[in-house]
Design a binder for this molecule. Structure first.
Ligand code: AMP
Ligand code: ZN
Ligand code: FE
Ligand code: FE
Length: 285
């Protein structure tokens, strides 16, 4: 069984539509794929309608959080997308992404970059708007060669010249909301050091005590020694260990299924979830 539990679509900052994502996941030989767009469930209906036979779709989201000034991401799986408290928080974060992206456009303009909000809006195409969309605009304008090259101090990295913060949820509140909606909470790429400061192990231990289910260990942004350290921490804290690609289509170099999750861990995630069921493919549209 090949299981990839973290993928983005055009509902946020990926480049595959939700339907293309599930088709590409099947073509890549995956048995299970999770749709985890940033702060939105907008892609669900299209993905569910298109799941090919032989593939199972896990619905989810990647929630933007912040603890002690450190941004972090919380993966939420199989929650009830209509549960009002989590829905309200998701909308708050997603909606705040718009003025925040406009703020980054203004900062870029002040730095002499002729990017416009209309351009970023066209690139985001109705998806939950984020820095990768602004970065794509910078690539279009020839300011940087690739999306990744825009994530530097010079441009859009945390604290960078054109960076603007967005509303982000306290992770303890996120865990409470995810659980309240019947979901399973997994701390995404906790050791992705090149994205900025990372959350200390003491805070991960507190999250574990507050109901965190697992941590994502096998991820392209984790060095090999960090993965081993996290595996040890997970064992110590009784946390599930996942692995996933964090696929973004052509906005990142990683491919679907490049990192995967153990079938036993997947089994435990679906046993714990009460908000939604995985969606087995029936052939799709
Ligand atoms: P935002 O949620 O708008 O703050 O944007 C953060 C997103 O940018 C992350 O979730 C990643 O998808 C993406 N990202 C962060 N660092 C990089 C990078 N070095 N290269 C490409 N994408 C990145
Ligand atoms: Zn993303
Ligand atoms: Fe993330
Ligand atoms: Fe992600």
């Amino acid at each position: 069984m090949r299981i990839d539990l973290h993928c983005h679509s055009t509902a946020s900052d990926g480049t595959d539509t939700p339907a293309e994502l599930v088709r590409n996941a099947a073509a890549a030989g995956l048995d299970v794929v999770a749709l985890t767009d940033h702060d939105t469930t907008r892609g669900y209906a299209e993905a569910i309608a298109a799941v090919p036979e032989g593939l199972t779709l896990v619905t989810g989201a990647e929630l933007s959080c912040r603890i002690d000034g450190i941004s972090m991401h919380m993966l939420a799986y199989l929650f009830d997308p209509e549960e009002p408290a989590l829905l309200a928080e998701r909308e708050l974060v997603r909606d705040d992404r718009v003025p925040r992206a406009q703020g980054m456009v203004a900062k870029l303009n002040a730095l002499g970059v002729p990017v416009s909000w209309e351009q970023v809006e066209r690139i985001a195409a109705g998806g939950s708007v984020g820095r990768p969309h602004v970065a794509t605009a910078l690539v279009e304008l020839g300011v940087v060669p690739t999306v990744s090259d825009a994530f530097t101090e010079e441009w859009l990295a945390d604290g960078g010249r054109a960076f603007v913060e967005k509303h982000e949820t306290d992770p303890f509140e996120a865990i409470r909301l995810i659980k309240g909606a019947g979901g399973v909470a997994v701390f995404a790429h906790p050791a992705a050091a090149k994205r900025g400061r990372t959350v200390p192990e003491s805070a991960i231990a507190e999250m574990a005590a507050a109901g965190l289910d697992g941590i994502e260990v096998d991820h392209m942004d984790h060095e090999v020694d960090a993965r081993e350290r996290l595996r040890g921490l997970a064992k110590e804290l009784g946390l599930l260990v996942t692995g996933s690609s964090d696929y973004h289509g052509s906005r990142k170099t990683v491919s679907l299924g490049e990192y995967t999750t153990d079938p036993e861990v997947y089994g435990e995630i679906i046993r714990r979830a009460t908000g939604a069921f995985p969606v087995p493919g029936t052939g799709g549209i």
